[in-house]
Write a protein that binds this ligand. Sequence first.
Ligand code: TEU
Length: 511
Amino acid sequence: MFYQVYPRSFADSDGDGVGDLGGLREKLGYLELLGIDALWICPVMRSPMADGGYDVSDPRDIDPLFGGLAALDEVVAEAHDRGMRVTMDLVPNHTSERHPWFAAALASGPGSAQRARYHFRDGRGPGGVEPPNNWRSVFGGPAWTRVVEADGVPGQWYLHIFAPEQPDLNWENPEVAADFERTMRFWLDRGIDGFRIDVAHGMAKPEGLPDMANSDTGMLVHDDDDPRFNNPGVHEIHRRLRKVMDDYPRAVAIGEVWVDDDTRFGEYVRPDELHLAFNFRLAETPFHPDRIRDAVDHSLGAVAAVGASPTWTLSNHDIEREVTRYGGGALGQARARAMALLELALPGAVFVYNGAELGLPNVDDLPENALRDPVWERSGHTQRGRDGCRVPLPWEGNRPPFSFTAGAPWLPMPAEWAQLTVETQLERLDSMLSLYRMAIELRSTRPEFGGTGFQWFGSPPGCLAFRRDGGLLCVLNATDSPILLPAGEVLLSSVPIAARKLPANSTAWLV
Ligand code: TEU
């Protein structure tokens, strides 16, 4: 089980209001108590933070905001002492505009070797005033920005599928791949146990950068016909990166792959490519039995054909929190508890996003002047973006910032979260945190979770039941009324069970 840390929002050790690696180190005891196997730490490399660290200006250093290299070394050493592995985010698709390569590209002019590390093109139309193609940025607006050349006049355009501060690298340039390999080895040699590869379906671009058919595609939305992503050349890149990983047999690479088609998704986890890839189907599925079943079937089917392990996640730092997605309030909490047990019963790797174990809801009423996601500005203030799922974690006490920081948190924290602090939830057996702790412990110790096999089991309409090879039976009730459980001992349930009745919006594990 992996635990995703969004470091800006996890714990702050120096009072500047932004979480850091010192804060993470102080909380490793908490993560050990939770029972996690491995950490995924979102980007902590040097960055001007135009996109929360996904705009990297030096991929082989840790930003001082997070405590520098020494702080990472301490996290890795202490996590290892506690039996946890540490994976970190790497961003191969783009750099920051402040990366020395991009500065050199701007200074060197059209046709230079420095520009060939990125995608610079002349504009279309008279005077080159139109972008080279009609691609949109995932964060809104055009995917091209025009630069001012050394002589002070408008010149070429560069491609940025995300923010203008994130110029796309040209992976056809051997220097780009070589530098990324150097980055991987730098961290692996330092003791890092692997990587989450950002936009792992990006990198390769289609020949000639043709126009998109559907250029009014929504922000933060992907579909499989999108020429900006999932081009066949990407697999050659993954094969190359896998060769580096294979020099470090302990290490794992997990790709962020927003690809729907099962066959094309599975291609990313062939034996000589990524070890694992995020399948987002469960995170995109409403609390509806047929849709959940479909998401599970597709997630299992996509990897079965290539012999890889499935992955499961209900949320991450880009996705609205599950409590809110499932309806918010008590209903959202109940359903999130039910889905946590469903997820933790499935075979494969589970990724829990920090705060999910506390049942944090999305914060949808952040004041506009607090919003930091580039989507807010890029959409002309029509889309608030992803800050609502990135609000700092409440640790203890009765008032914001709940010991997250000694200063002012980088995003305001709701006063109602007094009920959701780690301190409060550790004391209550019926809390979301206690449920996660119990579930994770059972999952990692009980033989009933053994084997990779999985079968659906007969269940009443509106319900789901499946059996693992080891004998675990997981039953989810998505109807409005209680159902009778099949025979067996109840190992754990998302709500108390009386008279063998499983209440609405809940899940039980039976053995
Ligand atoms: O996300 C990649 C990506 O495509 C997202 O924009 C995704 O489509 C969207 O958020 C889904 O709701 C990764 C990171 O996870 C994200 O935080 C970064 O902003 C992005 O890459 C750029 O590096």
